[in-house]
Write a protein of this length. Structure first.
Length: 157
């Protein structure tokens, strides 16, 4: 009976630790540094966008044939396809205008994968828009890169 109770107590403690995300101080530091690196990459994308550097903005995406961008019911597959879509839609810095990201939440899924969710707002020569994005990121030798981007546009009222 005591052995059963001990086993049950250990199992409940393990489950509570897993649910509450209990981590060692070293693991918490690793998570914080991963989050900071991802936030840094996203901030660089915003800086590049806001100076009209579309090629620099695209550095945040994995240069892969499997990089995926989904928006408005359409899916683009491949880094080059995504870049071409952006170049067509935002032909020059005036069309790009300025963008901001806000309410960015990052969830580290493993040492080399993460998910980011946030809001975007863009204003340029083609008008103004906003919406939300969900990104799946992969840690690559060159740093954190977006392998999947699902962006939606908010309805205008």
């Amino acid at each position: 009976m005591r052995l059963s109770f001990l086993f049950l107590a250990i199992a409940m403690l393990a489950a509570a630790l897993a649910v509450n995300g209990c981590r060692t101080p070293q693991a918490q530091t690793n998570v914080a540094s991963r989050e900071a690196a991802i936030r840094g990459m996203l901030a660089q994308q915003v800086r590049d966008w806001n100076v009209g550097n579309l090629a620099g903005f695209m550095e945040g995406y994995a240069k892969s044939d499997t990089t995926r961008f989904a928006s408005g019911g359409n899916v683009m597959l491949g880094w080059q396809q995504v870049f071409d879509r952006y170049r067509k839609r935002y032909a020059d810095p005036a069309a790009m205008g300025t963008t901001t990201f806000s309410n960015v939440e990052i969830k580290i899924l493993s040492p080399d994968t993460a998910m980011a969710f946030g809001r975007w707002h863009q204003k340029g020569a083609n008008g103004e828009g906003s919406g939300v994005f969900t990104l799946i990121l992969l840690k690559m030798p060159e740093g954190w890169r977006i392998i999947h981007d699902h962006t939606s546009v908010a309805e205008t009222k």
